[in-house]
Write a protein that binds this ligand. Structure first.
Ligand code: SF4
Length: 155
């Protein structure tokens, strides 16, 4: 099962991922309607994509009283069923990563569903800051980067 992997060192802050996300889900180019967010520290030149971790023990799922958030067994993404959602927004408050937000256009809340296994943010991220990988590949990449640093090379 793949996961959305972030390498913030590659993020330029172009926000194409946010546009691709909102266009795919809502048909509008509106970063506020995206299911991920680029957190920016302008002075430091840092851009960090904040994405849903699809947690194994997911607070959004646990706090949702009408059980409107369920895992899609095909992708392992936690998905909001808007037919059941009552709009209490407890999931937004409960997420420890701030990965959920209030929808600016219509539906009560925004939550990444991994685009049913074809994340548009990844497809439009030209630098590779966002990738959709097997978990083992993420671990391997981090180990390689750490090993390179230990021997004095570039990460
Ligand atoms: S806003 Fe909807 S999805 Fe979120 S906790 Fe409330 S009912 Fe569940």
């Amino acid at each position: 099962m793949k996961i959305l992997a972030v390498d913030h060192t590659r993020c330029t802050g172009c926000r194409l991922c946010e546009i691709a996300c909102s266009l795919h889900h809502d048909g509008v180019a509106n970063p506020a309607a995206a299911r991920l967010a680029i957190v920016r520290w302008e002075e430091e030149g840092l851009h960090v994509p904040a994405v849903c971790q699809q947690c194994d023990v997911a607070m959004c799922e646990l706090v949702c009283q009408p059980h409107a958030i369920r895992r899609n067994p095909a992708t392992a993404a936690l998905v909001v069923n808007y037919e059941l959602c009552i709009g209490c927004r407890m999931c937004v408050i409960g997420c420890p990563y701030g990965a959920m937000s209030v929808h600016p256009l219509g539906r009560p809340v925004l939550k990444c569903n991994l685009c049913d296994g074809e994340p548009r943010c990844v497809q439009f991220c030209e630098t590779g800051a966002l990738q959709y990988l097997e978990p083992q590949a993420v671990s391997f990449a981090k180990r390689s980067a750490t090993a390179r640093k230990l021997i004095g090379g570039e990460s």
